[in-house]
Design a protein around this ligand. Structure first.
Ligand code: SAH
Length: 385
């Protein structure tokens, strides 16, 4: 099997682009690949399920697959999962994991156990959110974010992105049907700008939403962007299309330009909000706008008023995120009263607004704090000696 055979097969492009990572290959791609090796399509589907449904550590464990095929797979496409190097466990139950990729690069992913909630017929159900990274580091230089200080180290492949979810699902015992989790949400809100690693991010979404894999409903997946306009428009046309969140964070051109230098290059509010206004929402779907509240910078009632103006005509909701501190950064977090006041002003203007409660602050797991930092309140070193 040479590269020629790979390139001749549709659906294998992302696989080839990801350097032949078996975790990046779609179910259809698996079928085509194993056919090109002289096996049946269904053997490929078995391989896909072994990875995405069962999280097998090695091909040797895939007993449903013929032995000769297991050997071929082990030789040609060994499975390399992201490895949890360290875990930082917050007093609130949030767990930040430092994951090592196969080239030694690290990314972070966060497990956010949510409270029990009342499901249909009064049944108690549990909701869990996983927050994952799309790049190692980040090239978008947001002035209030710790990840920005890393710069971009590299893009992640689709298998490395989906692999974070699968590893955490396995680690925290969230497997569908067997685990305690009734509802799993995945948010692309960790390190990196998803829309600047578009192909790999969308491929990872398709992998996670595949019926024969984890089978996540796309509406339980949220992609958050600093506002890459051209990619927002393209995202709107995707057949498997998660929810969209836009990190707005400012109420005037000058403010946003200062806080998020990427703003001007994207055509300012006019271009960004036109894309938002034209975004094809499903019935009852809302666009989410995130707004980091920085004391004395963007948290006044006048800011709230301008925000209402900007979002006029968009079926939107706003998530207010009081700034989470980072030692290298010198912004201030507004008082709870100011946060409430800001929220009240939006609500009075008819805009649904929620205050995002910080999670995992004590272990640097909260929004904007992911930076491969080793300090944490309670540290469990998972690295074997
Ligand atoms: N690059 C994408 C994905 C990261 S999501 C994006 O910008 O949307 C991370 C969210 O946390 C963004 O909404 C960002 O604005 C916010 N954020 C960044 N630093 C923060 C901080 N220190 N405190 C609170 N929120 C922060």
């Amino acid at each position: 099997m040479g590269q020629m055979a790979l390139h001749a097969q549709p659906g294998l492009d992302s696989f080839a682009a990801a350097g032949g990572d078996p975790l990046a290959l779609s179910r259809e791609g698996w079928g085509a690949l194993l056919q090109s090796w002289g096996w049946e399509r269904f053997h490929g589907f078995q391989a896909f399920r072994a990875l995405h449904r069962r999280h097998l550590a090695s091909w040797d464990e895939a007993r449903e697959v013929p032995r000769r095929l297991r050997e071929q797979l082990e030789n040609r496409l060994p499975i390399i999962w992201p490895v949890i190097d360290e875990r930082f466990i917050s007093g609130d139950g949030t767990v930040r994991s430092l994951l090592r990729l196969k080239d030694g690069e690290h990314v972070e992913a966060v497990f956010l156990p949510d409270e029990v909630f009342e499901g249909p017929a009064g049944l108690k159900r549990r909701r869990t959110t996983l927050c994952i990274s799309s790049q190692a580091g980040c090239p978008v230089n947001c002035q209030f974010c710790l990840t920005a200080l890393l710069g971009l180290r590299r893009n992640l492949g689709a298998g490395e992105i989906a692999g974070q979810v699968l590893t955490l699902v396995h680690e925290h015992g969230l497997r569908r049907g067997t685990g305690p989790c009734d509802r799993l949400n995945v948010v692309y809100m960790g390190m990196g700008e998803p829309m600047l690693n578009y192909e790999a991010v969308m491929q990872s979404v398709r992998l996670l939403c595949d019926d024969e894999g984890l089978a996540l409903p796309p509406r339980r997946v949220t992609i958050s962007t600093a506002g890459i306009v051209e990619k927002i428009r393209r995202f709107g046309t995707e057949p498997v299309r998660p929810r969209l969140a836009i990190s707005l964070n400012a109420s005037s051109e000058d403010q946003r330009q200062a806080l998020m230098p990427i703003h001007r290059g994207q055509g300012g509010f006019a271009a960004l909000l036109a894309a938002a206004r034209e975004f094809p929402l499903a019935k009852r779907e809302r666009l989410t706008f995130e707004y980091v509240l920085l004391a004395g910078i963007n948290d006044t009632d006048a800011d709230a008023g301008r925000l209402l103006q900007l979002l006029q005509g968009i079926r939107a909701k706003v998530n207010l995120i009081p700034w989470n501190q980072g030692p290298e950064l010198s912004w201030q977090t507004p008082s709870p009263e100011r946060v409430q006041g800001f929220q009240a002003r939006l609500l009075a203007g008819g805009l649904p607004a929620f205050v995002r409660r910080p999670r995992g602050l004590d272990v640097f797991a909260a929004c904007g704090q992911l930076s491969r930092r080793r300090a944490g309140a309670y540290t469990i070193n998972m690295q074997s000696p």
